[in-house]
Every structure is written in C-alpha cells, then in structure tokens.
Write a protein that binds this ligand. Sequence first.
Ligand code: OGA
Ligand code: NI
Length: 358
Amino acid sequence: MVCPSDHWLEPIVRVQSLSESGQPVIPDRYIKPLTDRPSFTRSPPDLNIPIIDLAGLKNVDVTVREATLKEISIACRDWGFFQVINHGLSGELVDGVREIWREFFHESMDVKQKYANSPKTYEGYGSRLGLQKGAILDWSDYYFLHYLPSCLKDHNKWPDKPPSLRELVEEYSKEIVRLGNVLLEAFSINLGLKQDYLQNAFGGDDIGACLRVNFYPKCPQPDLTLGLSSHSDPGGITFLLPDENVSGLQVRRDQQWITVKPARHAIIVNIGDQIQVLTNAIYKSVEHRVIVNPDKERVSLAYFFNPKSDLLIHPAPELVKPETPSLYPPMTFDEYRLFIRTRGPQGKSQVESLKSPK
Ligand code: OGA
Ligand code: NI
C-alpha cells in the first residue's frame, strides 16, 4: 500500500471558485459516467428515512424507553440510516455551528488557503478525496479537523475566522461525543451485548472524533455531476448535520436513491464500516451520495465517531456463531483508513473487500 504523500499529485482547483466564475458548463473532470448521474434512477418522492425521538430514552416509563430502543434497533437493521430529534443539542447550537461554517466558506480565498490541506492527514481546507491521478472529481470543497484523541486536536489547524468558530466547534463537538456514547450504549443493548461493549471496543475514552464540513457550491449543470460520490462511511457512526433548506443527501435502498428530508434541527445518524465489522454485518453501512443544485449552495457537517485508530476491530465474539461465522479478519482503523484515503469514495467496495476468504 502506498503511503499518502504530503502534497497532492495534481493542482488543486477550488470548486467554489469554479462556481463563482459563472461559467455555464462544468469542466469535464466533474462529469460522471451516465450510470452515476443523479437522473439515472428516479427517487421515490414520499419515502424518507426513519425519524426517532431520542427523548424516549430518558422517559421515566420503561415501556417508552424500550419502545425507543426498539425503533433504534429496527432503523439500524433495516436502514442503517435514520434521523434523531430531541437529541440534546439545542436548535441554537446546531443552527449556529452550521451558519458559522457557511461564513467561513464565504471568507476570502486568502483566509481559506492558509489552511490548505494535504493528503497526508487531510486536515484543513480541501477539494478532493482520494489521490488517483485523472480521477473524476466531486463538486464540493470541505474542511476537515480532529477533535479526539486530544493529542490530534490542534486549534491552530482550525480556522481563526470567523472569530467565534473555534469556540462553537468545541461546544458542538462535546455534545456530539456525548450523543455518540448514548447511541453506542443503545446499540450494545439492542445487540444483546454488555451495555458498554461497543464503547470499550471503540477504546473507551480514547475514541476518535473528527469533523468534515462539506461545502457544495451552486452548480450550473447539476444533472451531470455529484457533490459527493457514492460511498459508505469508513468509521464507526456518522452524525450529519444537514442544511435544512437545501436537500441533497441521498441514501441507497436496493436500486433506488432516497432523498433525505431533514426534520427541523434533526441530526442524521448512519452506520459506518467499523460498526458493520463489529456487529458481524448485523448492522450494515449504507451507501449514500450528495446531489447538487443550480441556484443553492449547501453546507453540511459530517462528524465521524471512530474507534481508537490502533485497536484491532473484529466481530464481537458473542455475535459469531456456527450459523454466522466471522465475516471479517481483525484490522485496525488506521490500516483501513489508509486504504480509503488512497482510493477516495468507491461505493461499498472497501468493506466488501475485507471479507475473509470462504
Ligand atoms: C460525508 C457525507 C453527506 C452530506 O461527508 O461522508 O456523506 O449530506 N456527507 O453532506
Ligand atoms: Ni458519508
């Protein structure tokens, strides 16, 4: 496996600059093959991913708590994607953090370029995922930063403008980690594991938490491209704060792409590849992608809640039985991520390729 170098192999073009140039056609490098284009399959207009009210987990009535756990269980098994409301983060906080990031992307290019990233760690301001020369690119820019483990957190690598960004990101991150632990516990109980099983498998207090803020500029030819190509998330659980006013996220369900309609102040939760491995595929990561818009930009915050990067991740022994043998050999998240960072978004091919030979 090649180690990502500390510079990009091709010049980096900011998609936001392309968008702002006012050109009516997009460069060829962003044109997807026909079968990947948004219009190739119709998406059913009235289907949505499940919405779960997490207040139920704290209800004094045990039947309400159990009913909420059951809803989470069904959503994990059947969908791998759901949205949560009453998650404990205030509407003011979620709107505030999204809008301050929007302001960041509207800062001058000089302010953003100070944080230009490299494929070695991906931290900072970026415009592509994956290294392959000549690859077809996605219509988005992003900002990537680490919150946990604390040894990777470096405020100097977080934008210094707008002024309260760092403080808001700190507050939001703390809340997301709390929510992450609530869900790991719910998943453990639902799987019949000890209630702290998944938290421990993730490394207890040493988990990883990193944020990718996606910026999808307006696109003059949205039917030809994607904001983010189909992929499953490599980590544990993802918490996505969508842009409530602009839809764009689509989730694959069989051969259809369902467009997510976010509830007010909801956070979208999805299963990543590491949970698929830990549960021996009882819960599966799900492919998703983002479509773009001719007259609206879109901002989303994807928080990745990951296992400690040097722990071996393997199916929980309680979930490995003669009828359901272990599907995956142990691998650390570090090794897995390297594989992903080299190749970029590729549907579910990476986790599928991990499977033990039969
Ligand atoms: C991601 C992702 C979806 C979105 O960043 O991994 O799937 O709506 N984002 O931006
Ligand atoms: Ni994703």
